[in-house]
Design a protein around this ligand. Structure first.
Ligand code: ADP
Ligand SMILES: Cc1ncc(COP(=O)(O)OP(=O)(O)O)c(N)n1
Length: 271
């Protein structure tokens, strides 16, 4: 039997299992790929927020990356929480040495407003990390932090994408999850435009949306999809996962990474 496509995430751990490395690996499995991980930081996190975060040494990040790439090999890479300028620079340097497609989710803050990236790391993201991206997937807050462009309406998404593309990724996927109306995202390489629209799900359990979308794109690229194909399939997956998002703990529950595997009411908790 042939091995599944290999996808690597470079990201932080979310102890609650809704975002970060845990979301990435579940998503990669949902796409039938083999997920591998380079851990950058450990967070103590739950449905109420982030209670603590501890960064790993740069040499530990580099060693994990080399262990995977030098022996197993990767067909796509996704990055998430990178925590500091040092880790952003370390990871950017490592990505410069591989040829596989790279999806950069420039994670800044969690849904609860907890910082997952030091403010002095933004310049390293702009100058070092974004140029390595096949696709960069900022949300609206990240667009504003990185480019100064504020997005209030769908019409602003094009300006945002142009500003992100100016930092060097081949494609920009601007996520409109924080807009008021439909959840509209814009994918563009500066020539082609793909508008991805989904009705806004009236479900507060949306923890992990961004990690899930970016990992799904990476899994699609690893299996040979084009960027537009991978993004369309990822959007369909995250929309279903949000619709099926469930309550856990006392705050914002996770999206359901396993929604395609479940029959109604099977595998659900009783609370
Ligand atoms: N309530 C929602 N209903 C439908 N789609 C959503 C909703 N919230 C976010 N999305 C979608 O989820 C994906 C991730 O976007 P977003 O939540 O903005 O990312 P992040 O987690 O990085 O803030 C995007 O495709 C976005 O349009
Ligand atoms: C460890 C870790 N990494 C990333 C995030 C942010 O994840 P995201 O998918 O953007 O989801 P929300 O936090 O916005 O729900 C995280 N929280 N933790």
């Amino acid at each position: 039997m042939s091995a599944p496509a290999r996808v690597m995430t470079v990201a932080g751990s979310d102890s609650g299992g809704g975002a970060g490395i845990q979301a990435d690996l579940k998503t990669m499995l949902a796409f039938g790929t083999h997920g591998m991980s380079v851990l950058t930081a450990v967070t103590a996190q739950n449905s109420l927020g982030v209670q603590g975060a501890w960064e790993l040494p740069a040499e530990a990040v580099e060693a994990q990356f080399r262990s995977v790439v030098d022996d197993i090999g990767v067909q796509a890479v996704k990055t998430g929480m990178l925590s500091s300028a040092l880790l952003v620079e370390t990871v950017a340097g490592l990505l410069g040495g591989i040829t596989a497609p790279v999806v950069i989710d420039p994670v800044g803050v969690s849904k609860h407003g907890d910082a997952l990236l030091a403010s002095d790391a933004l310049e390293a993201v702009r100058c070092g990390l974004l140029p390595t991206a096949t696709v960069a997937t900022p949300n609206l807050d990240e667009v504003e932090q990185l480019t100064g462009v504020r997005v209030d309406t769908e019409a602003d998404l094009r300006t945002a994408a142009e500003a992100v593309l100016a930092h060097g990724p081949r494609w920009a996927l601007i996520k409109g999850g924080h807009l008021r109306a439909d959840a509209v995202d814009l994918l563009t390489d500066g020539t082609e435009e793909h508008w991805l629209r989904a009705p806004r799900q009236d479900n507060r359990h949306t923890h992990g949306t961004g990690c899930t979308l970016a990992s799904a794109v990476a899994a699609g690229l690893a299996t040979g999809r084009s960027v537009p194909e991978a993004v369309h399939e990822a959007k369909e997956y995250v929309t279903g996962a949000i619709a099926a998002g469930f309550a856990l703990g006392g705050g914002i529950g996770p999206v359901d990474h396993g929604w395609r595997f479940r029959k109604p009411a099977v595998g659900r908790g009783t609370e």
